[in-house]
Design a protein around this ligand. Structure first.
Ligand code: NIG
Ligand code: FE
Length: 438
């Protein structure tokens, strides 16, 4: 297989020799190499360095690459693989690890812009939900949609996200709310996992809302999730994670714990929706069950922050949802100062954030939550990768990791990315060492 040598990278950003999630003040650790080259072999980052060094020949010897190349532009050969080396000029691009979007709901059957208009006219998200709109609206649409159609719609959204720089993604069920429809959603995610070129992780969110038929018999629905859905999900190996919407009007703290523990018995790791609309006990429930992440966290008090301080649970913030619902943002600064591990994700879904644009998420994190550009990019790459269990594979410029990269047009500085928000900075996206051509 041909290796790829990329030269004249203006800035190679997000370099780490060791891969681990970044806590508290370490969230601002950010290494950027000016005027760099990178060698990609078999879809992975094989080596990188400064153009100031003898980059085409001797510079590589130290990392065992031994590029033997003629004049600029003529192909060399990679003695490591015996194959040829293709060279490309990055033209001064800023190269970053691709975004790692650890919280999405991209399997859905239809949009909900009528609710969006209702909200403009003053109806709240909670009121829409209480009237059978919201998640239940999406569940009705999904029940009537064949698996095949759902797959193609979700694949199109996945491609849309990749084109905006996403190089790894987590996808949840949760618009099924019946055994048949939840399994249908999870099978769609399974197919995305098999066919998409980026890492995909699957989360079972059967406990997203109570179906109307179970409104007055909550325990019966939880029994259905625990006793009927989970065994089939385990049998078919359909999920990596278990999620619960722990919120007033949805699932309580103790119901959340019960469902998470049942999922854990079936081999699933908890990753939960907590404290979006209220201080619901979701953070406490997540920490009690050792959740990989608790997500949303728009409503946080000192107790919730203290609770996360003593844990390894990642705090995943979804500022696109707070923006879209016109809610207060999570207290990100206080959370960093308290030493928490923060990740950023899109929450792409038809109700509370109909966008998977991680570039905008990073800009919002800086503009509205006062993360620095370096902190926000780390939260959306390396920490996002860990928040979905793919931290050893993607999320940083590290030898051996997948070459899932964003090539930004030349910009004056890293800070220019969130500063000039809304501008498309992305020139090209590389997945597994190949540029996307769609
Ligand atoms: O993460 N909050 C719960 N679930 C989604 C929204 C679901 C919907 O409105 O469709 C979220 O915001
Ligand atoms: Fe969500």
């Amino acid at each position: 297989m041909e290796s790829l040598l990329i030269h004249h990278i203006g800035q190679l950003a997000g370099i780490r020799s060791q891969s681990r999630p970044l806590k508290g003040n370490c969230l601002s650790d950010f290494l950027c190499l000016e005027n760099a080259w990178m060698l990609i072999r078999e879809g992975r980052i094989a080596a990188f360095g400064s153009m100031e060094e003898d980059w085409r020949a001797g510079a590589h010897a130290g990392v065992g690459v031994h590029v033997i190349a003629g004049s600029m532009g003529s192909p060399g050969s990679d003695v490591h693989t015996g194959g040829s080396i293709r060279e490309i000029d990055a033209g001064g691009a800023l190269v970053l690890p691709a975004w790692c979007d650890s919280h999405t709901h991209i399997v859905f059957a239809g949009s909900r812009e009528q609710e969006f208009v209702d909200k403009i006219k003053g109806v709240s998200y909670a009121e829409i939900a209480a009237k059978g709109g919201g998640i239940l609206n999406s569940a009705r649409k999904l029940a009537d949609t064949p698996e095949e159609d759902l797959y193609y719609m979700a694949y199109a959204r996945l491609v849309e996200c990749m084109r905006m720089g996403t190089g790894a993604i987590e996808i949840k069920s949760g618009y099924g709310l019946s055994t048949e429809a939840e399994l249908k959603m999870l099978r769609v995610i399974q197919r995305l996992k098999q066919n998409a070129p980026i890492p995909v992780r699957s989360t079972f969110l059967g406990a997203h809302a109570f179906p109307v038929a179970f409104k007055n018999n909550r325990d019966a629905y939880i029994d259905l999730v625990v006793e009927e859905m989970l065994p089939q999900i385990q049998a078919e190996g359909l999920a990596d994670y278990i999620d619960v919407f722990c919120e007033d009007g949805f699932f309580t703290q103790s119901e959340t714990e019960r469902i998470c523990r049942a999922g854990m018995e079936r081999g699933l790791i908890p990753k939960i929706h907590a404290n979006q609309l209220n201080r619901s006990g979701g953070v406490q429930a997540g920490v009690a069950v050792g959740a990989l992440s608790v997500d949303h966290l728009e409503t946080m008090g000192p107790e919730e922050i203290a609770c996360l301080q003593g844990s390894t649970t990642i705090a995943t913030l979804l500022p696109g949802a707070a923006f879209f619902l016109r809610m207060g943002y999570p207290p990100a600064r206080a959370m960093v100062d308290a030493g928490l591990t923060l990740a950023l994700a899109s929450d792409y879904n038809p109700g509370s954030c109909p966008s998977g644009n991680m570039n905008f998420v990073v800009a919002l994190a800086c503009i509205q939550m006062k993360l620095t550009p370096e902190e926000a990019i780390n939260a959306a790459t390396i920490n996002g990768a860990y928040a979905m269990g793919v931290g050893q594979e993607v999320g940083s410029i590290t030898e051996g990791k997948k070459a899932n990269l964003i090539f930004m047009r030349p910009v004056p500085s890293l800070a220019y990315l969130p500063y000039a928000f809304g501008t498309t900075h992305i020139d090209r996206v590389m997945i597994n060492g190949e540029f996307l051509d769609y």
